[in-house]
Design a protein around this ligand. Structure first.
Ligand SMILES: Cc1ncc(COP(=O)(O)O)c(C=O)c1O
Length: 445
C-alpha cells in the first residue's frame, strides 16, 4: 500500500511537471546535477518557477501553487511586494550600484540597530554565510582563541568553520549527549573540524558539561535560537539562558544566528527570549528579496572593523550594502510592523493546529513545531526538541507528503518546514490544511 502510494504521488508529480523536467535535463548539461543550490534540489527534480507574486508561485507548466516557504522564509511580505518593487525600480533607474556608500545602507543599519538593541553597530554582507563567517572571525580576533561551539543540526551557511555536524547521520555522530564533530562536506581540513565543539541542541545539562570542558578555549558559541532549516525547533528558554550564562563567565562571544529566527518576532528571537547576545547574524528577510546578510553586536567587537582606527579585521565585498538590496530591505523592515507579527503568529498557530488535528483524525503520529510565522512538521510520536529527534521522524511518509502537497498546489520544502506570509489569510491556511489532510489520507497507513 505504502509502496503504491509512493508511486502514485511521484507519478502524478512527473505527469504534471514535464516542462520542469525538460529544463532540468537541459540544466544537467551545464550545472552539476542540474543544480546550483543544494537546499532547493529535491528528487527526482525540482520544479522551475517562472512567475510569482504575493503568496503564489507559478511553474513552467503554468501550475499555480500557494507558496508556503517564500524563498526559504525570506519573503514575509510576499513575493514582489509592490512597495519593494516600486522602490527598487526607482533606485535601478538612478544606478544599480556605486563605488561609494549610499544613503539606503544607513537607513537599513539604523532600522536594524533600533529594532535589535543588542546590535550597537552592524555591517552588511551578501549572504548569511558571510555574516556568520565574520561573526566567528570577529570572536576569534577579539578573544585570541580559536575553538567554537555549535549545535548538532545547526546550520550557519557554507563556510568551513561551521560546516561541521549539520545534517549528520546519528550513526556517525557519537552519543546524543556527547556528539562527535563530523564534517558535513568533503574537503574540510581536519584542523577545521578539530576547532569545533559540538553540543546537542536543547539538552541543557549535556551542553553545559561540554562547554565547561572547553572553558577558556572557546572564541564563540554560535546558536540558532530556532533550529531553522533542520526543522523549525525553538530552543528552550533555559537552554539559551545557560549559553548566555556560560559565555558571560567564560569570556567567549555568544552569537545568535538569526538568519531565519529574526522572522519570529519584531526584535528577532532574542526579543522573544529576552536574551542579549554579543553578536547577531542576519540574512533573508532583511534584504526584501535580494541577496543579503549582516552581522552586528557589541560596539567593542564591531569596532574591530572600523577603518578609521584600523581595521583590525578587514571586510570588503563588491556588493556589500548595495543600494538595490538596501532599499528593498529598508522598505521591508519599515512595513514589517508589530501588527504584522501579531497577525501572522495566530494565523500560523492555526495552521499548526490544523495539521495536528488532521493527523489525529487519521491516527498519524505528528509533532508540529515553530515560532511566530515559522512551522515544521515531523512525523513521530514524541516531543521534537533536538536534531536527533528531527532525524528520527518518518522520512518515507515525509517524502510522500511533500510530493503530495506539490500535487495539491502547495509549495514548502522537502523536509516540510515552511512559513506563513502576510499576503495570506485564513483561506490560504485552510487550503494548506485541506491539502495536507487529502495527501495524508492517500498516504498514511
Ligand atoms: C540560520 C542560518 N544561518 C546562515 C544561513 C546562510 O545564509 P545564506 O544562504 O544567505 O548564505 C542560513 C541559510 O539558510 C541559515 O538558515
Amino acid at each position: 500500500m505504502a509502496g503504491d502510494a509512493v508511486y502514485s504521488e511521484l507519478d502524478r508529480y512527473l505527469e504534471t511537471t514535464p516542462r520542469s523536467r525538460e529544463m532540468w535535463e537541459e540544466a544537467k548539461r551545464y550545472l552539476p546535477g542540474g543544480d546550483t543550490r543544494n537546499s532547493i534540489f529535491w528528487a527526482p527534480y525540482p520544479i522551475y518557477i517562472q512567475d510569482g507574486g504575493g503568496c503564489h508561485a507559478v511553474d513552467l507548466d503554468g501550475t499555480d501553487r500557494l507558496d508556503f516557504i517564500g524563498n526559504m522564509t525570506s519573503l514575509p511580505l510576499g513575493n514582489a511586494y509592490p512597495p519593494v518593487v516600486k522602490a527598487v525600480q526607482e533606485q535601478a533607474a538612478r544606478g544599480l550600484v556605486y563605488n561609494a556608500p549610499n544613503e539606503h545602507q544607513v537607513r537599513l543599519a539604523r532600522l536594524l540597530c533600533r529594532r535589535v538593541p543588542s546590535v550597537e553597530l552592524v555591517r552588511f554582507t551578501n549572504s548569511g554565510t558571510e555574516a556568520t563567517l565574520n561573526a566567528v572571525r570577529a570572536a576569534r580576533a577579539f578573544t585570541g582563541r580559536t575553538k567554537i561551539a555549535k549545535c548538532e543540526g545547526g546550520y550557519h551557511g557554507t563556510h568551513d568553520a561551521v560546516s561541521v555536524s549539520v545534517r549528520t547521520d546519528p550513526a556517525m555522530g557519537g552519543s546524543p549527549e556527547r556528539p562527535t564533530a563530523v564534517p558535513s562536506v568533503a574537503g574540510l581540513p581536519p584542523s577545521v573540524v578539530e576547532e569545533v565543539v559540538v553540543m546537542p541542541f536543547n539538552d541543557t545539562a549535556a551542553a553545559r558539561a561540554i562547554l565547561e570542558d572547553n572553558a577558556g578555549e572557546l572564541a564563540a558559541v554560535i546558536v540558532e535560537p530556532v533550529l531553522g532549516g533542520s526543522g523549525m525547533v525553538p530552543a528552550d528558554q533555559e537552554y539559551l539562558d545557560a549559553l548566555r550564562e556560560f559565555t558571560e563567565l567564560d569570556g567567549s562571544v555568544l552569537i545568535f544566528d538569526e538568519v531565519i529566527s529574526f522572522r519570529a518576532s519584531h526584535g528577532g528571537a532574542q526579543e522573544h527570549y529576552g536574551i542579549r547576545p554579543d553578536m547577531t547574524t542576519f540574512g533573508k528577510i532583511i534584504g526584501g528579496g535580494f541577496a543579503v546578510g549582516a552581522f552586528g553586536g557589541r560596539r567593542d567587537l564591531m569596532d574591530l572593523y572600523d577603518p578609521t582606527t584600523g581595521p583590525v579585521v578587514g571586510h570588503a565585498g563588491t556588493f556589500n550594502g548595495n543600494p538595490m538590496t538596501m532599499v528593498a530591505g529598508a522598505v521591508t523592515l519599515e512595513d514589517l510592523t508589530p501588527d504584522v507579527y501579531d497577525r501572522l503568529g495566530p494565523l500560523t498557530e492555526g495552521l499548526r493546529q490544523g495539521v495536528r488535528d488532521a493527523c489525529a483524525e487519521l491516527d498519524v503520529p505528528v509533532r508540529v513545531t515553530g515560532l511566530g510565522s515559522l512551522f515544521g512538521i515531523h512525523f513521530l510520536d514524541r516531543p521534537v526538541r533536538t536534531y536527533r529527534d528531527v532525524h528520527s521522524s518518518d522520512r518515507d511518509l515525509r517524502q510522500r507528503v511533500f510530493w503530495g502537497l506539490m500535487n495539491e498546489g502547495i509549495l514548502s520544502t522537502a523536509n516540510l518546514v515552511g512559513a506563513v506570509s502576510n499576503p495570506m489569510a485564513q483561506g490560504e491556511v485552510d487550503a494548506f490544511v485541506e491539502a495536507f489532510r487529502t495527501v495524508l489520507a492517500r498516504n498514511a497507513g
